[in-house]
Design a protein around this ligand. Structure first.
Ligand code: AMP
Ligand code: MG
Length: 316
């Protein structure tokens, strides 16, 4: 694959990127969550190239991005609950896993052969313009090698991963979408950019959590994921001089080689937006261990702690 070319996401660049996508190429583009590595969801070869580029295991299904609810309904069966959540949170950082419609033009590899499909309308003007210009649903996992830290800026997209990178500035949310399965019941598969409590309030009932052994695992549930090079140590209450530290709020630890505050004012949304860039900065500083102070488990803290737990698990 040719080296990635980062271009500002002008109208002309979006038109050209759409042409590349229709020709089966891979285009990295900004969304409000993280940068996605996009491919035409109906093109078997493009999807195969996408899995290859990321080194993503074939059993990890991809999220399909669309521009409108009508396009989503052409691909999956929406019941009242699905329509309610889509109307409430789309465009936005919620992915719905729904029963795939018979005859939906989605490459089998996108859903890893499942009879369900994961769908989302991203809340980003460049992503939406690209979807409209392409005129096709786009499968778009995070634009990083599988298992590593997700990109929240165009320059974080690894060279060679995409045929083109559209630069739309930093991702506002900074953490992947919340994934909810509505294939009978309502189940939280992955905490993310929209707090589970907000979804439960809209739905009027609690989301089930935890793995369901009868159903395939979500890759967001892989034990080791989102991993920087450095070791990650959570709930740190002290820090050694050689470590890097991620602080949050007023109770900052001092004395580390490098310290970054995810949010000095203790705002979990700000912390989520800064998380991946901060992990990269500490990796670049060459620290062996990243100590992270306790982060509250409420709101977006659940998603931050989920990513940090997986980042701290070593690959088996
Ligand atoms: P990523 O693209 O890496 O942000 O991850 C996509 C997330 O969506 C993972 O947690 C997947 O397991 C989940 N996902 C995608 N499609 C499905 C599906 N059909 N069933 C269950 N989970 C899915
Ligand atoms: Mg990812």
């Amino acid at each position: 694959m040719s080296a990635s070319r980062i271009v500002a996401a002008s109208d002309a660049a979006i038109t050209e990127a759409a042409r590349l996508l229709r020709a089966g190429k891979l285009v990295a583009f900004p969304t409000e969550t993280v940068y996605g590595l996009g491919a035409d969801a109906g093109n078997d070869e493009a999807i195969a190239a996408l899995y290859r580029a990321k080194g993503r295991p074939a059993h990890n299904p991809l999220i399909v991005h669309v521009a409108t609810l009508a396009e989503a309904e052409a691909l999956a069966e929406f019941d009242d609950a699905a329509r309610l959540l889509a109307r409430t949170f789309w465009p936005g950082s919620l992915t719905l896993v729904l029963r795939k419609r018979a005859g939906a033009r989605i490459a089998a590899a996108v859903t890893a052969g499942l009879d369900t499909v994961a769908l989302r309308i991203p809340d980003h003007p460049v992503a939406l313009a690209l979807l409209r210009a392409t005129g096709r649903p786009l499968a778009a996992p995070s634009a990083n090698p599988s298992g590593r830290v997700s990109p929240t800026r165009a320059e974080h997209v690894a060279a060679g991963l995409a045929d083109r990178v559209l630069d739309g500035g930093p991702s506002r949310v900074g953490i992947e979408s919340t994934v909810v399965a509505l294939d009978g019941g309502a189940r939280l598969l992955r905490p993310g950019g929209i707090a589970a409590a907000d979804i439960e309030r809209a739905l009027g009932r609690a989301l089930a959590t935890g793995a369901d052994a009868a159903r395939p695992q979500s890759p967001g549930q892989l034990a080791s994921h989102y991993a920087p090079r450095a070791r990650v140590r959570m709930n740190a209450i002290s820090v050694s001089a050689k470590e890097g530290v991620l602080n949050f709020g007023a109770n900052a630890l001092r004395g580390a080689k490098t310290a970054i505050s995810l949010s000095e004012r203790g705002d979990l949304g700000e912390a989520a937006a800064n998380l991946y860039a901060a992990l990269r900065t500490l990796d670049d500083a060459g620290v062996e261990t990243i100590a992270v102070v306790p982060i509250p488990e409420e709101g977006l803290g659940a998603a931050i702690n989920d990513r940090l737990r997986r980042a701290s698990a070593r690959p088996s």
